[in-house]
Write a protein that binds this ligand. Structure first.
Ligand code: PLP
Length: 456
């Protein structure tokens, strides 16, 4: 068998990829258009491709490489753990040190009485755990009919059948027979696109009260939980108006609804605190974690669960678990990642240096003719592209066309920025420096100018 390596010509690697590799969320036609970009290595905030181009990764991979690329410490921990104990499970009355030590650390970092961790391979699996856990919780409490989970349209909670059902992505619901029963969706707090004549504050309250309306409509005794991201990420970095979260918390408390905060993107420093729940001031019963937990160096996720829910689940046999729940190598890597986040004071860097500087430059983008609103929380930001700022107008073209053109300009300028419809989003590694932020904005502004010139 011939060995395929980084050193082969790009066209050959692309041809092998096209012949055999199926890509998530892609069509063959799109992949073939310019040929896929082959990423060969990465360091800090920069990727290198097979042509030797240096690309500034303003998305931290898929919102996950919080400590930046190329940290040898994680590679060393992984190698050590693989030699010592490459695998064992945590089923059937066994455990191992990486899993128990990581659970211990997460209990220390998580707010309130979120003291217990159920591990998974990533965020989707963790959200599947959450579906089964909250339903089992209420069944064990003698309320099996309390099994409806309320989520939001345009939410992303993963790609498995369960987690994609929790999500509210129309394109995903159009395929594969989802959502599963007893998942209900309310509207998102996206004031720019959907706020009409309301002020952001009025709109935030109105959208939060849709939760109360849904509970009353479905019946209080039927609703098990509400799930949401503190800041909606893949939906387009939708930052809720200030009135939204206090009202959601009030409603969950009033009707005894479990609150699940999906912290897969927001967790581990992205919003300027360890968890996005702290940033928006909510008290979840369960937090979904993944991505920044290991900075993407190893696949691992989980649910951090409060004392009450974990107590009830622990008293029944919860018939649920994954072969790789708490995988020792992934857990050891995650622990090392948390050590780096903590000892190198990465979240202080976000709060005191990177996020304030990024915010100043990000919000100034509204001076660009294509940019309507610019929203940012910590290290996740979005801009809405618009043909007319005053009326928050949409483009006449198919939604997403201008976003795609802009993303392609970014790509050509060696900048990874993503588009969601006609919103452009960033989520760079948390360790990004001021100089790197300056460089990022040179590329962002150039890309916006070029996109603007292209559509004029
Ligand atoms: N939840 C949120 C908020 C996410 O953004 C994602 C992935 O982007 C997931 C869940 C799914 O995580 P994974 O891709 O690790 O399964």
């Amino acid at each position: 068998m011939s060995t395929i390596t980084n050193h082969m010509p790009t066209a050959e690697l692309q041809a092998i990829d096209a012949a055999h590799h199926m890509h998530p969320f892609s069509t063959n036609e799109d992949l073939a258009k310019e040929g896929v970009r082959v990423i060969t290595r990465a360091k800090g905030v920069y990727l290198t491709d097979s042509e030797g181009e240096e690309i500034l990764d303003a998305m931290a991979g898929l919102w996950c490489v919080n400590i930046g690329y190329g940290r040898d410490e994680l590679a060393e921990v992984a190698a050590r753990q693989m030699r010592e104990l490459p695998y064992y499970n945590t089923f059937f009355k066994t455990t191992h040190v990486p899993a128990l030590a990581l659970a211990n650390k997460l209990a220390e970092l998580a707010p309130g009485d979120l003291n217990h961790v159920f591990f998974a391979g990533g965020g989707s699996e963790a959200n599947d755990t959450n579906i089964r856990m909250v339903r089992t919780y209420w069944a064990e409490k003698g309320k099996p009919e309390k099994n409806v989970i309320i989520s939001r349209h345009n939410a992303y909670h993963g790609s498995t059948v369960g987690s994609a059902s929790l999500g509210g992505m129309a394109g995903m619901h159009a395929q594969g027979g989802i959502p599963i029963p007893n998942i209900h969706h309310i509207n998102q707090p996206n004031w720019w696109a959907e706020g009409g004549d309301m002020t952001p504050e009025e709109f935030g309250l109105a959208r939060a009260r849709e939760l109360e309306e849904a509970i009353l409509e479905l019946g209080e005794d039927r609703v098990a939980a509400f799930i949401a991201e503190p800041v909606q990420g893949a939906g387009g970095v939708i930052v809720a108006p200030d009135t939204y979260w206090p009202e959601i918390q009030r409603i969950c408390d009033k009707y005894e609804i479990l609150l699940i905060a999906d912290e897969v993107i927001c967790g581990f420093g992205r919003t300027g605190n360890w968890f996005g729940s702290q940033t928006v001031g909510i008290r979840p019963h369960i937090m979904t974690i993944a991505k920044g937990l290991s900075s993407g160096y190893a696949p691992i996720g989980g649910s951090i669960v409060c004392d009450e829910v974990a107590g009830v689940i622990g008293n029944c046999e919860f018939n649920h678990g994954y072969t790789y729940s708490g995988h020792p190598v992934a857990a050891a890597v995650a622990l090392e990642n948390l050590r780096i986040l903590e000892e190198e004071k990465v979240i202080d860097h976000v709060r005191n240096v990177a996020a304030p500087y990024l915010k100043e430059k990000w919000e100034a983008l509204v001076d660009h003719p294509l940019v309507g609103e610019a929203r940012i929380v910590g290290m996740m930001g979005s801009i809405a592209l618009t043909p007319e700022k005053e009326t928050r107008a949409k483009f006449a073209s198919e939604p997403g066309t201008i976003g795609l053109i802009t993303r392609e300009r970014c790509f050509a300028n060696n900048l990874v920025m993503r588009h969601v419809g006609d919103r452009m989003i960033i989520s760079p590694p948390l360790i990004i420096t001021r100089d790197e932020i300056d460089e990022m904005f040179v590329r962002i502004r150039k890309s916006l100018d070029e996109a603007h010139a292209e559509i004029l």
